[in-house]
Design a protein around this ligand. Sequence first.
Ligand code: AMP
Length: 299
Amino acid sequence: MSTLVVGSIAIDSVETPWGKDPEAYGGSALFFSVAASLFSPVNMVGVVGEDFAFEKIDFLKDRSVGLEGVSVEPGKTFRWGGRYHENMNKRDTLFTDLNVFENFAPVIPDHYRNNEFIFLANIQPDLQEDVLEQVHQPKLTVLDTMNLWIDIKPEELKRVVSKVNVVIMNDDEIKQYSGLENIFDGARQIMAEGPDVMVVKKGEHGAVLITEDDLFLAPAYPIAKVVDPTGAGDSFAGGFVGYLASQPEINTSALRESVIYGSTVASFTVEDFSFNRLKEISREDVEARVNHMRNMTQF
Ligand code: AMP
């Protein structure tokens, strides 16, 4: 089944202890699409400026990613700059230049409105809600967000959270959103607002899946050298939703497997800048790591 993703498309400037890339193609929708399309078709909606080099994402056409929803507007593409410390879990945002993203008002092409899976990648919560109003009875809606929106748009975020099936947040975001120190309490409080499933990302410590009647702890796949963690969260979401959309049914075991696939895909993302590593891997590479993961966690 197909997934519709709406989010940012960016040219990032990234510095890590291993080097820099001042023109790293990224953004929440792009990282998600590169990851999810390893498993099932994706349709992307977003905006870029006239400086955006489409040849850098040409490979997405061979991976069944629809780009008809990407509009080109006069001006520059959204640019984000980040610097990581020795401890790659922490990063400083150096700048956020919204550019054409400032006036982004997602319009979902008619032939995307029946997509069964909807991923509301990290953008303003009122725009996320606007997307939900344009789609027709999806099978599953999944939302991601960031600390910025919890800070400056808490009411709008609460409204859209109450309307989706799955919320993905990292541990700090859950604490900030719920005001609770314990992530399990925080997750259950968010589920009381509407969502049936919470996925808590814990960076190098993996992820936790929480549903009404299940709790599942997934490790992160151990990587020798993390070069650039940018996009790990979005590609985790891509692996999670893309795999789930490839399954015949959404049930406990499919959800558990999806978290493992999300975690595994993110392990490729962080091995290089931008989606350089992610774009060169195949489904077989993912399966090899999933098997290894299965082996490492059995007892
Ligand atoms: P992640 O590392 O998965 O949290 O996501 C990194 C991506 O988020 C980068 O490629 C950025 O371009 C994008 N990003 C950063 N700030 C924002 C923002 N305010 N809105 C949308 N996307 C953003």
